[in-house]
Design a protein around this ligand. Structure first.
Ligand code: HEC
Length: 114
């Protein structure tokens, strides 16, 4: 029944590829590109554009505030799970960041969100 193991492995690989990027922050490596991103060059602009209207210190729909790099860094594992990937829940839409920006977010978080 060796073929069955091979088919199972092949299927798992295909599914893994179809699911896109890693699902947790710990699985994502810090790349040279990601290491170049900073809060000033990327993080602030991304969060201001896509998150702060709801995550803005008591003014939004959520009590979670993502208006400082410290707050974002402290929540980075949850942010990764909720805002990276194919069809993540955050932001709730209909206005969603392009995939390229989500990838930058993932890279920046993977490098420690500095
Ligand atoms: C339209 C409003 C809205 C926008 C825009 C929005 N969020 Fe949220 N978010 C919410 C609400 C409401 C909750 C649920 C309340 C809570 O848990 O704080 C939530 C929860 C979360 C959580 C906690 C979920 C968990 O299970 O840990 C994270 C992390 C998060 N949002 C990240 C983000 C990020 C990152 C962005 C921008 C890319 C974003 N959100 C944009 C409304 C929004």
């Amino acid at each position: 029944m060796r073929w069955r193991a091979l088919v199972t492995a092949g299927l798992a690989a295909a599914l893994g590829a179809a699911c896109g990027p890693p699902e947790t922050l710990g699985e994502r490596a810090c790349t040279a590109e990601g290491a170049k991103l900073t809060y000033e060059s990327f993080g602030r602009g991304f969060f201001d554009r896509w998150c702060v209207r709801c995550h803005g210190a008591g003014e939004g729909y959520s009590s979670r505030s993502f208006t400082s790099v410290e707050a974002i860094r402290a929540a980075r594992e949850r942010i990764f799970v909720n805002a990276v990937g194919d069809d993540p829940p955050m932001p709730p839409g209909p206005d969603d960041p392009p995939v390229a920006e989500r990838e930058q977010l993932a890279d920046w978080l993977a490098c420690g969100a500095r």
